[in-house]
Design a protein around this ligand. Structure first.
Ligand code: ATP
Ligand code: MG
Length: 137
C-alpha cells in the first residue's frame, strides 16, 4: 500500500495545473519517486481504461487521454493509494467535495484533470508509461 500511480491528464497539463496538483500531494507529506511527461497512444489509452471498454464514453475517453501530454507520476507514503484518491475527490467533479483537487479545479466528468490508481499497477502499465521498475525503487 506504499506506492501509487497518479497522472495529470491532458486538460490538467494544458490548464497549467501541474504545480498546484503536485504541491497538494507534497504538502500532505507524500514523496514523489518517479515523474515523466508522456503522450499516450490511443492503443495505450485503451489498455489504461480497459475496465471501462463497455461504457458509452469509452472511445471519447481514450481519444481524450491520448490528445496531449500527460504527467505520469509515482507517489510514495503510508496509505497513499487510498488517501491519494481522497485528495483527488469523486470521479464527477459535481460530486467532489470542496477542498479536493477535482472539487476545487474541475467541473465536468469528462475533464476531471487527474487519474489515480485504485490499486497497485500491473508491471506492464508502469513500464509502458516509462516509469520503469528501477525508478520505482
Ligand atoms: P480515474 O480512473 O481517471 O482516476 P475514477 O477512478 O475516479 O477516475 P473511473 O470509473 O475509473 O473513475 O472512470 C475513469 C474516467 O472515465 C473518469 O476519470 C472520467 O474521466 C471518465 N468517466 C467516468 N464516467 C464518465 C461519464 N459518465 N462520462 C464521461 N466520462 C466518464
Ligand atoms: Mg479509475
Amino acid at each position: 500500500d506504499g506506492r501509487t500511480f497518479i497522472a495529470i491528464k491532458p486538460d490538467g497539463v494544458q490548464r497549467g495545473l501541474i504545480s498546484e496538483i503536485v504541491s497538494r500531494f507534497e504538502r500532505k507529506g507524500f514523496k514523489l519517486v518517479a515523474i515523466k511527461v508522456v503522450i499516450p497512444s490511443k492503443e495505450f489509452a485503451k489498455k489504461h481504461y480497459h475496465d471501462l471498454s463497455e461504457r458509452p464514453f469509452f472511445n471519447g475517453l481514450c481519444d481524450f487521454l491520448s490528445s496531449g501530454p500527460v504527467l505520469a507520476m509515482v507517489w510514495e507514503g503510508e496509505g497513499v493509494i487510498r488517501y491519494g484518491r481522497k485528495l483527488i475527490g469523486a470521479t464527477d467533479p459535481q460530486k467532489s467535495e470542496p477542498g479536493t483537487i477535482r472539487g476545487d479545479l474541475a467541473v465536468v466528468v469528462g475533464r476531471n484533470i487527474i487519474h489515480g490508481s485504485d490499486g497497485p499497477r500491473p508491471q506492464r502499465m508502469k513500464s509502458t508509461y516509462g516509469l520503469n521498475q528501477r525508478s520505482w525503487l
